[in-house]
Design a protein around this ligand. Sequence first.
Ligand code: GDP
Length: 320
Amino acid sequence: MHLDSKHARIFVAGHRGLLGSAITRRLQREGFDRLLLRSRHALDLRDQRALNHFFEDAKPEFVVLAAARVGGILANDTFPADFIGDNLRIQTNVLHAAYKAGVKRLLFMGSTCIYPKEAPQPLKEEYLLTGPLEPTNEWYAVAKIAGVKYCQALRRQHGCDFVSLMATNLYGPGDNFDLQTSHVLPALLYKVHSAKSRGADSFTVWGTGTPRREFLFCEDLADACLHILKQPEHLLYQAAPDGLLNVGVGKDITINELVSIIQQVVGSSCSVQYDLSMPDGTPRKLVDVSRISSLGWHAPTALRDGIQQTYTWMLQNQIV
Ligand code: GDP
């Protein structure tokens, strides 16, 4: 059932994360006045009993499941047990509690890494489970696939209106700039800025710089979430009969092209050193955005503008 009241009780799970905080800001700006927000200390989503109590007491009508253990290519490879275990626990608990509580619509955040490594590009939703995964993030991907399938199963068996959004590489204000665990865009913003501040000649790019990635601004994904929450059910499932929707900008660039944009934004001309001991990961993951386009949604923010806003946030918050 779609969202049509500013007084609906909406639970944003993971409201302190990059996406969750963007959605929360957006909903507050739009005047939604019954947001349900719980910090990790107040409610551990890995604890099914605590979560059941929360759903019984707070009675959320809509859920945006943006809570997850996330990280870049190195973090995924270093902490495989955390990535698969925490994500399986969080999503299984939330999806089960939401089904039991009769939630009207739930958005589950999938990821484009769920698609097979060698799938044709752009990636269509129907390519799910048609081939082997990229090994550097298979732990995270397997958990997310389980979440997508659980949403589908709950819809099929119990009629739950649970939709999975497969977002491309997300970035924006509030990002993680820790070089060991971050994704490439905030990592390179940090590295280019700090190289410039130190007067260094060069900075390091992992891998060959040739992989292609598609970058989505967190405020744009928040915009897409609201758009999908408001979609009438018949239109939503006409566009996405299996409950899967890619969310991206429909355009990708190489890591080297990303480096040039970041250098322009930061105002730096340091040279690049490639660390070939680090993995490239999947060569490309551009999503097909036909389904969400047919629902009238397009990512509004240009990459350079989004990077500029993220850089401004990084400076204001004295990250470097
Ligand atoms: P992925 O999209 O799951 O592979 O995750 P990342 O955002 O971590 O990495 C994307 C690509 O950027 C990979 O090819 C990385 O090797 C490359 N890359 C280049 N420099 C960096 C860096 O400093 N940090 C990260 N995380 N990735 C980098």
